[in-house]
Design a protein around this ligand. Structure first.
Ligand code: ZN
Length: 485
């Protein structure tokens, strides 16, 4: 009862301030569909290649956000930089080397590496041919410490024969397709694409010495090394195999492993400065890169939310020094990899001076889903925080009201949406949260999530509601938190 009375008083106070025509004109009117559209088109352009965590495309997006924060006079979250490295590791293939005494072989044309473990330091060993690698051959041919060449039926199911050959002591396994050399070219192309990708993880990758080192090779180099046509090689008996030449090869596959250049972009607008209390407005700006043979530009997911944060920063900028709480504008990296940027921010309070009291999170607010025609928004997580939730309704009544939908709060059927975006990083440490979302659609995580499919006028209405709710949260003096999950 006491809480309720307190809430009523403080909310009434806020409305009096917020409803004045001056408030509306000065702050809300700066939020426009055209500038939201401009941000979305830039963030979702092909040149950012889907903003995958740790990639240059993501860093381009980060630079754009920083520029906008600077233009609007935001301060770096730690008073030094807007970029917060989120402590991930990245690794990517750097070099593949295969040499004989006679020549260097060409990656993807002569050979391709199939395994994930690096070959470093390099291996220097003799080659041995073992036919189709049947069990009996190992009774006759010694593969210990050697590079074994084996004929396979498929490059897709190489693991069984490679691990058997490795158990017999081979240091590397080179696989040649039994019949169709085009299969080598296909395997080569598949792996070329994989080799260009950047891998990201929360820990430094560990590769044990004992991991299998397997290659696919062109039939031509098998012929060159063993000096027999491939069709004749396949027919040899054990004794003939023993009399083949045993050329030496040198091989190395180098990975570049380093701390990933993946960063949250974080700025703030100071409040009156009486406390360190702050409200965090967040949206992830990373996306999933290239998939399904196309660039997933992620216009709705989540160029829309990022554009909203940039627009909100502009709208709140004139309120510097006037609100009870500081406002933190947090564009996170690594969301698509498991909310990594938001977890990092929430779990490293020592990197800033703020005492976070609430989180407003924005993830996909540009579309209309199949169950609506207009004017609605889903909110997530606020059902756990009745006081925060009531601010949303006060804000909504101050504007042209939207339908506020709670369907994703009973989201067992959809998956638990409370855990599926950055608000969860705050909810799990009992900070009141409210996630804004316009719903799922068939273009989700495909190259079809493009900027032309966004309803910018409706997005403007949604951003105005988020502005007003955040304004009330920044003015409110206390929240009690109520968590049951
Ligand atoms: Zn998202």
């Amino acid at each position: 009862m006491r809480t309720a009375l307190f809430l009523l008083l403080s909310v009434t106070f806020c409305i009096a301030n917020a409803q004045s025509p001056r408030f509306k004109a000065k702050y809300l009117n700066s939020i426009s569909d055209s500038s939201l559209q401009q941000h979305v088109y830039i963030l979702a352009s092909d040149s950012l290649k889907g903003r995958n965590t740790g990639t240059e495309g993501e860093r381009k997006a980060a630079r754009y956000i920083v520029e906008n924060f600077e233009q609007n006079g935001l301060k770096p979250f730690n008073d030094t930089t807007f970029l917060q490295n989120i402590g991930l590791w990245s690794w990517q293939w750097k070099e593949f080397k295969l040499e004989s005494k006679q020549r260097d072989f060409e990656n993807y044309k002569d050979f391709v590496y199939l395994s994930t473990a690096p070959v470093a330091p390099e291996i220097k060993a003799e080659c041995v041919f073992i036919g189709n690698g049947s069990d009996s051959i190992f009774n006759h041919i010694d593969v210990e410490g050697k590079i074994a060449f084996v004929c396979v039926k498929s490059f897709r199911s190489w693991y069984r024969i490679a691990s058997k050959t490795k158990r017999e002591g081979a240091v590397a396994i080179f696989m040649v397709h039994q019949s169709d050399n085009d299969e080598f070219l296909k395997a080569s192309e598949r792996n070329r694409v994989l080799h260009q990708q950047l891998s990201i993880g929360t820990r430094e990758p560990v590769f044990s010495e004992s991991m299998i080192k397997a290659f696919a090779v062109n039939q031509n180099i098998t012929e060159e090394l063993f000096q027999l046509p491939y069709d004749s090689l396949k027919q040899l008996n054990y004794e003939q195999i023993k009399s083949l030449p045993a050329p030496k090869l040198t091989l190395a596959c180098q990975l570049k492993v380093e701390i990933a250049d993946a960063n949250n972009v974080v700025g703030y607008i100071p409040g009156k400065g009486k406390t360190n209390e702050a409200v965090v407005i967040s949206a992830h700006y990373d996306h999933i890169g290239e998939r399904h043979n196309g660039i997933c530009v992620g216009a709705d997911d989540n160029a829309s939310g990022t554009a909203a944060v940039i627009e909100l920063a502009k709208a709140f900028a004139p309120l510097e020094g006037k609100l009870n709480r500081d406002l933190i504008f947090l564009c996170t990296s690594g969301e698509e990899k498991g909310l990594l940027g938001a977890f990092y921010f929430a779990d490293h309070p020592q990197e800033h001076r703020f005492d976070i009291k609430a989180n407003v999170n924005i993830d996909m607010i540009g579309r209309i889903d199949s169950t609506h025609k207009s004017n609605y928004i889903y909110t997530i997580g606020n059902n756990h925080y009745p006081e925060f939730d009531s601010l949303l309704h006060v804000a909504n009544n101050m504007l042209e009201p939207m339908k506020i939908q709670y369907d994703y709060n009973k989201s067992q059927g959809f998956g638990n949406f409370l855990r599926l975006s950055d608000h969860y990083a705050f909810h799990r440490i009992n900070i009141p949260v409210m996630g804004f979302f316009s719903g799922l659609h068939k273009d989700y995580h495909t190259p079809n999530d493009t900027p032309d499919k966004i309803d910018y006028q409706l997005m403007e209405q949604r951003v105005k509601l988020i502005f007003t709710t955040t304004y009330l949260a920044a003015q409110k003096t206390a929240f009690t938190s109520q968590t049951d999950e």
